[in-house]
Design a protein around this ligand. Structure first.
Ligand SMILES: CSCCC(=O)C(=O)O
Ligand SMILES: [Fe+2]
Length: 178
């Protein structure tokens, strides 16, 4: 089961879990209210399983590629990781299916607190357009993910603040986060 929690405010290593004491876990309904969708897939047999294809058809995801984050395989590793961790939005959904490894997707909740979502092999996460978020590796320092998209992919990250951005306005209207 995917776990998610309200992050502590410590400025220790971002790759650590940053749970509060006691932990403040949140569930899938909580994430859903922020517009986030979650699926569990079979990362070793996703073709045979057919679930990914169903989601693809249903949500019109007609583009996909793969990204593997290791110092050897990811161009400009340090700079890319830094970019992923800067709070931002996209004009489209961010869709990731974790094929191997693990990592943390952080999203802002309605009170502007960080919610940390722990993803690992088999987890598929869809962040809505306009949600403030960021990504970090965990201490295992390895993740491989399928990126999906509807149409010609646009990966542009718009750094916060973006209150006038159309996708942000729509997000706020639909999910009234603050
Ligand atoms: C390796 S998947 C997570 C990183 C990423 O693709 C992103 O933040 O856009
Ligand atoms: Fe992003």
């Amino acid at each position: 089961m995917v776990r998610a929690w309200i992050m502590d405010e410590s400025d220790a290593d971002k790759r650590l879990p940053h749970m509060t004491e006691p932990p403040q876990m949140v569930d899938l309904d909580y994430l859903k209210e922020l517009g986030i969708l979650y699926y569990k897939l079979d990362a070793d047999n996703w073709k045979e399983e057919g679930k990914l294809d169903e989601i693809r058809k249903e949500r019109n995801y007609n583009y996909e590629d793969e990204v593997e984050a290791t110092r050897e395989t990811l161009p400009s590793y340090d700079a890319t990781l830094e970019m992923w961790y800067e709070e931002h939005i996209h004009s489209d959904e961010e869709i990731r299916f974790i094929l191997d490894g693990s990592g943390y997707f952080d999203v802002r909740n309605r009170n502007d607190k960080w919610i940390r979502i722990e993803t690992e092999k088999g987890d598929m996460l869809i962040l809505p357009a306009g949600i403030y978020h960021r990504f970090t590796m965990d201490t295992k320092d390895f993740i491989k993910a399928k990126r999906l998209f509807s149409g010609v992919p646009v990966w542009t990250a718009h750094k916060r603040p973006q209150e006038e951005h159309e996708s942000r306005r729509n997000y706020v209207k639909n999910y009234s986060p603050m």
